[in-house]
Design a protein around this ligand. Sequence first.
Ligand code: NAI
Length: 690
Amino acid sequence: MSSVNQILIEKQGKVGIVNFQTDKLNVLLHSLRADLYQAIQQLLADAEVESIVLAGSNKAFSAGADIAEFSAGTYLNFPSLHDLVHLISDAAKPVTAAISGTALGGGLELALACHHRAVHAKAHLALPEVHLGLLQGAAGTQLLPRYIGVETALDAILTGKPLKLSALKDSALLDVLTDADVKQAAIEFASALGTQPVHIKHQRIQSTDALNDLLQQKREAAGNKPQHIVQHAIINAVQAAMDLDFEAGFAQEQQLFQQLTSSDISKSLRHAFFAEREAKHIPNLDAATAAKAIERVAVIGAGTMGSGIAICFLQAGYPVTLIENQQVGLDRGLALIAKHFAGQVAKGRLIEETAAAIQANLQTSLEYSALAQVDLAVEAVFEDWDVKTTVLQQMDQHLPAHAVLASNTSTLDLNQLSQQTSRPESVVGLHFFSPAQIMPLLEIVRTDSTDQATLKTALDIGKRLKKTAVVAGVCDGFIGNRMLNAYLRIAGLLIDAGASPYQIDRALENWGMAMGPFRMCDMAGNDIDYMIRKHQLKLNPTKKFSGFADQLFELKRFGQKTQKGWYDYSQGNRRGDVDAEVIALIDAYRAEQGITAKAFSDEEIVARCIYALANEGFRLLEEGIALRQSDIDVVYLAGYGFPRWRGGPMFYAQQTGSDVMTASMQQFAQDPYTDADFWQVPALLAQAAA
Ligand code: NAI
C-alpha cells in the first residue's frame, strides 16, 4: 500500500500544529510515520513552539496500522510506531492529539502516546485488533488501562468495541470532549498548558486483589480452545501493565504481540479479513460502465426467502413491492415481515416509529403490472423450472427496459433460465441464504450473458444491503452448496464405512465447525437433503451416496421439524439427543450391505470432511466458477459456520500443505466405501503439490 500524504505545519501563538491527511484514512504506513516523525522533531526543535497539536483529518485521526506490514515484518522499520510513541511520550513539550472521525488500533495508540487528547463527541475510538487475532503492538495494552482503568480497558481490548466516550468524559483519556471544531479546541487547550509535560506512562497502576481477581475471572471466562490464545495474551498484557513499569510492560506486550502475529490463529483471521476485502474487487470490470441506479425494488414470492429478502431491502431503505399470485401467500409473507419488525422493537434494536416508517415503504400486489415502476426485481418463487420460467417471463414483460432481473434460485440452471427472457444480459442470480435477513452471505451469480452494468448493480446492492457478496459462475449449487453437497456426501459415506454420525458431528464441532453435518441436516430438514440427493443423482446417476440417509427419509425422520432425525428432539433438547434407534438402524444397514465397520479417528474424519470441501473448491477454481481461492473461503466463513480462526477451507488446505492433502486423498481413495472418483486429485492441487 502507498499513500499520498499531506503534512502541513502551522503555528498559532506558541502552539505548533502538525496537520496530517492522506488518501488512505491516515493509515500509518511507513511514509506517513516518517513524515510525522520529522514534523514532530521539527516542532520540538523550534524555540518559538511550546506546545504541539497533532491534528488528523475530519474523517480520521488514523484508521490504524497497515496490517500487511505485520506479515512482512516491516512494521518495525524506522520510524516504527514504537519510535513515534517514544518520541511523543518522551517529548519535552506537551503533545495534544486532535481526534475526529476514527482513531482505530495503531491510530488510537498514537493518540494514547500523546500527553493530551481533544476528541469530537462523535469520534470512533477502538482497539479492534482482537478480530485479527492480535493485541496492540504499540503500548495500547499498557496505556489504555492507565487512562480509563483496568476493567474498562480490558473490556475494550477483548471485545474490540468502540469506547463509549460519554461514559469516559471524566477520565484522563479525554481532556476535551466537544461537538465543535476539535482542532480549534485542541489548540485552545494546548495554549493553556504549562511547558513541562509528564506522561501518564510514568504512573504505575495500583495492583489490587480485586483487579487480580478480575483478571483471573476473565481468564476463566476466555476458555481454553486453541483460538483463545488471543484472549489470554491480551489478559496477560494487561496484567503486565499492572505488575510492571511501562518499559518492562511494553516489552512484554511486544513479546506477546509477536507470538500472536506468528500464530496460525492470527494468520487465519488476517487472511479472512483480506479475503473479504478482495472479494469486492472483480477483475476485468470496465471502469467506464456504471452500475444502474436502483430506486424501487420488487420481490416476487413471499415465502420464507421472499419475505426475508424483502426485509433486507426494506432495512436498507428501499421501497419494496411484494408480489404473490395468491392473497394467502401475501398474507403469510406480510405476517412474517411484521413479526420480524415487532421482534426488532421488542429487542430494542429499533424504536417503534422507525419500524413503522420502514414498513410503510412496503407495498403489495397480486399483479405483475406492479413491476412497471421497478428498477430491480428479485424472484423467490417455488424452485420449479416451469414456475420460475413463467415468473421470469412475466418479469421480462412488465419490467422497464433498464431493470435488473434477479433470481434466488439455488439449483436451477441460471444460464438456461435467463435465456427464457428477451434480455438475458440483465439477468443475475442473487442467492441469499436462509434466514435472508440474518445470514450475511450473498452469492452473486453471473451467467454467461450477464452484462457488466448488471453485475456492477448486483455488487452495489450487496454493499447497500451490507451483505458479504461473492461472485460465482453458474453450476449446480454455485460455490457454497456445491461444496456442501460434497462434504455431506463424504460424511454420509463415512457412516457406511464405520463412523457414527455422532462421532462425525463431535469431531467437526470440536475442530471448530459451528454445527456438525448431521445436526445441520436435522435443522435444514432431511427431506430437503433427500431431494437434493435425488437432484444430484438426476444430473449424475453414477454419483455415490450413502444409502442410509434415504432410510431416515423413508421413516419420515426429517429432523427438528418431526422431532426425530439423526438425533432425537422429543425430550426438548434443541441440540438433540443421541438416538440408540438410529445406531441400531445403521448397524442393521451395514449388516445388510455386508460391511464390517471400521474405526475412524477424529482426525481422519475431520481430514476427510474438510478436504472434501477444499477438493471441491479446487474444482470450482478449475472450472472458473469461483474467481479466487480466497472467495471460496469467504463463502464458507459467511454462510456455513466455518471457524473464522481457521481462515476457510482453502486457506486451511494451503496451511496444511498440498503435498499432505494429496497424500491423504490418495489414501482415502483406497477405502472401498468412499467415492474413489471424488478423491482423484484435481489438477490445480496436483500442480501445487508438485
Ligand atoms: P417457499 O415455498 O417458502 O416460498 C415460495 C413462495 O412463492 C410461496 O409463497 C408461493 O406462494 C410463491 N409463489 C409461487 N408461485 C408464484 C408465482 N407464480 N408468482 C408469485 N409467487 C409465487 O420457498 P422458499 O424456501 O422461500 O424458496 C424460494 C426460492 O428461494 C427457491 O428458488 C429456493 O430454491 C430459493 N432458496 C431457498 C432457500 C431456503 O433455505 N429455503 C435458500 C436459498 C434459496
